[in-house]
Design a protein around this ligand. Structure first.
Ligand SMILES: Nc1ncnc2c1ncn2[C@@H]1O[C@H](COP(=O)(O)OP(=O)(O)OP(=O)(O)O)[C@@H](O)[C@H]1O
Length: 362
């Protein structure tokens, strides 16, 4: 297969996001083969950008460290110009996946594609198209912001007028213009994050990988960051951004994936995931007395999940229809319980995240 064929093949499917297959992996018998990485660029490789709708794609990606399955059969894709939120608790496998996409590590099995190019077979071409903002990054304390960005612009081969204009655009876009001559050592955390975003943008990449860019930022800086990310996506960049916190990314992402212990647990738009997971209400009922008896009665009624009893307060997930809910209250009253209060509420995004993840670490 020629490079061009391979490149076009990656754009053939229709879905924006597709979850990895859960359950026992069948790849143990048939692992997805990985070619040796190579830095040799074929002379036939096109120098112009080739259209590929799926701009980021992970295909059955695995990365093991000894017995730790840091990334365990993860598959999803992100369309051009979309923002994908990669959400998971500590140690879920977010950084490991992102490092593979950024060609800083190799998969144990499977492959990942950036703008149609394989991180395994075409790492040089991937790097040209990718801007990576790591979760922690080194800065040179004694250089100023302008010199820092200029260093990376030169490293990416930008020259002459193009380099000067690009540098100016990045300083303007990231709001670091006023800091251009300031030594990096004097910058606040928020300003350093802006500078690092600028560094990742300096060569005008098609794809941006941002590993927890909002960590440690104050609320205003978080809002500014979200605005910049949305603007970059509106300009056609495809962005993968990670966070521990689902609500933080809900507004800015077109779709999200929730990962824990290396496994992708849910993918879709925020609304889809909310609807899939939050179909249950939570009911809280306070009775006047005989809490334990009320618990026994409720446990026999339709739609009632596991009840947590705290004195005369009963809290449980409820999957019944509104008529079942009305019947439940009527039954309690009929059986002589004094119903002091009843509260029903839909699960919040944060509840959904806690419901999907189990708080497991490896
Ligand atoms: N180089 C390594 N050697 C051994 N284990 C590693 C290595 N890198 C990551 N791991 C392990 O892989 C798992 C996933 O780690 P990873 O850093 O990808 O998670 P994460 O979701 O980015 O977590 P955090 O939000 O805390 O940054 C963890 O159990 C981690 O200890």
């Amino acid at each position: 297969m020629s490079f061009q064929d391979e490149h076009q093949e990656t754009s053939s499917s229709d879905s924006t996001v597709s979850a990895g297959s859960p359950g026992t992996p069948d790849h143990w018998n048939n692992p997805v083969p990985i070619a040796e990485p190579t830095s040799i660029v074929s002379p036939q490789v096109p120098t112009v950008h080739t259209e590929t709708r799926r701009c980021i794609e992970l295909r059955r990606l695995h990365r093991f460290f000894g017995s730790t399955r840091a990334v365990n059969d993860v598959t999803f894709s992100v369309d051009r110009g979309h923002v994908f939120g990669y959400i998971g608790p500590n140690g879920a496998g977010k950084t490991t996946s992102m490092r593979i996409l950024a060609t800083l590590d190799l998969p144990s099995y499977g492959d990942a594609y950036v703008d149609g190019f394989s991180v395994v077979n075409d790492p040089e071409l991937v790097r040209k198209r990718l801007g990576f903002m790591p979760d922690s990054f080194g800065t040179y304390r004694d250089v100023n912001c302008s010199e820092y960005l200029d260093f990376f612009a030169r490293a990416y081969g930008l020259v002459g007028r193009e380099r000067i204009e690009r540098l100016k655009w990045v300083l303007d876009f990231t709001g670091t213009n006023g800091m251009a001559e300031k030594p990096i050592r004097g910058l606040s955390k928020g300003m350093k994050q802006r500078l690092c975003l600028g560094r990742a943008l300096i060569h005008d990449p098609a794809v941006m990988i941002l590993d927890e860019p909002a960590a440690g930022l104050d609320p205003r800086a978080r809002i500014d960051l979200r605005r910049m990310i949305r603007e970059l996506a509106d300009r056609g960049k495809t962005i993968l951004i990670s966070s521990h916190i689902l609500t933080e990314l809900a507004e800015v992402c077109d779709s999200i994936g929730i990962i824990e212990q290396g496994t992708l647990l849910a993918t879709g738009t925020v609304d889809e995931i909310h609807q899939q997971q939050a179909n249950l209400l939570e009911l809280v009922i306070r009775v006047l007395d005989r809490g334990e008896d009320a618990q026994k009665l409720l446990a026999t009624l339709p739609g009632v999940g596991d009840i947590i009893l705290d004195g005369c307060l009963l809290r449980f997930p409820f999957g019944g229809a509104p008529s079942d809910q009305a019947g439940l209250v009527a039954r309690l009253v009929q059986e002589g319980f004094g119903v002091v209060e009843i509260i029903s509420r839909k699960k919040s995004l944060e509840d959904v995240f806690l419901q999907v993840t189990k708080g497991l670490v490896q």
